[in-house]
Ligand binder design. Structure first.
Ligand SMILES: [Zn+2]
Length: 289
């Protein structure tokens, strides 16, 4: 081999070393330095949703409050954590298994901002909620895709859906929230179905997902589950519920796409904590299998 060839090989090795170093540095610098913890508590309210979020900046958020008769469960949970006020309250959509418990929550705590989807629904429960909000002098923020509830260094709380105002199914008005804390991300789907999943497919990638519509097969399409690519999937459903949820095929779909699946009907309260880098899961009861 002549010297010129050797020189070229050496040059090539140096080039590869530089590329490796550059990309190594690059991926390192994309890490976001964050302090504190983000805690998502999936409260067991039987057949319904209620999720309490504690942000590293000291603020909190309640997404839904289960049926009316489960409001006490939610309040006990919030009280046990020592909170007397709620910075953000989100009612994902007007079905009673989500907003039923909210009226007494709004009466009991000092509330910051309230987010609801813009939808006309004349159930008594929803009407009562709106009347109470009005009576106490709060105003409603109409949740719409693109709204940023929090946007600070290392922490982003963003509304992905609703994008439209003419869905035929009330579930599809669900306020869908994505949270990015450091290098970890969380997705809360409410009861959104596949129509909505298709609309937001390129934004749904997340480490943790609150599975849409209690694990029903109206939601969690194959494409969506793949796009989320979750490490942890939480299903909120009631023990022995009348709808026979979650659908077994949907549970298996999340599992076969690599997610550890938790279910409030089996695990009770599910508490997921992120320090911006690592995620830990605590459950009230271990799974049966
Ligand atoms: Zn529901």
């Amino acid at each position: 081999m002549n010297y010129f060839k050797k020189f070229l090989i050496l040059l090539f090795i140096i080039f590869i070393a530089l590329v490796v170093k550059y990309y190594g540095d690059y991926s390192f610098s994309s890490d976001v330095e964050v302090n504190g913890k983000f805690i998502a508590s999936f409260i067991d309210v039987g057949q319904g949703d209620s999720i309490f979020l504690e942000f590293p900046n000291g603020k909190n958020m309640l997404i839904d409050a289960g049926e009316n008769y489960e409001s006490e469960t939610v309040q006990s949970f919030i009280n046990s954590k020592g909170y007397f006020s709620l910075d953000y309250v989100v009612g994902t959509h007007p079905h009673t298994d989500h907003i039923g418990g909210l009226e007494s929550i709004i009466r009991r705590y000092e509330i910051g901002e309230i987010y609801l989807p813009k939808v006309v629904h004349t159930s008594k429960t929803y009407e009562n909620l709106l009347t109470t909000i009005n009576e106490l002098g709060y105003k409603v923020n109409s949740a719409i895709s693109g709204m940023e509830i929090i946007n600070e260094k290392g922490l982003e709380v963003k509304i992905l859906s609703p994008k439209n105002s003419n869905y035929s199914e009330l579930n599809n008005y669900s306020v869908v929230i994505k949270i990015v804390f450091g290098n970890t991300s969380f997705l809360f789907m409410g009861d959104a179905e596949t129509v909505v999943e298709d609309e937001i497919l390129d934004e749904v990638n997340a480490d943790v997902v609150k599975v849409g519509h209690h694990g029903s097969d109206t939601s969690s399409s194959e494409e969506f589950v793949k796009s989320v690519n979750a490490k942890y999937a939480v299903i909120m459903s009631g023990f022995d519920n009348q709808y026979d949820l979650p659908d077994k095929a949907i549970v298996d779909r999340w599992k076969s796409n690599g997610a550890e699946v938790y279910n409030t009907s089996e695990n009770g309260n599910v508490i997921i904590t992120s320090d911006g880098r690592n995620i830990t899961v605590e459950v009230e009861h271990e799974s049966y299998n």
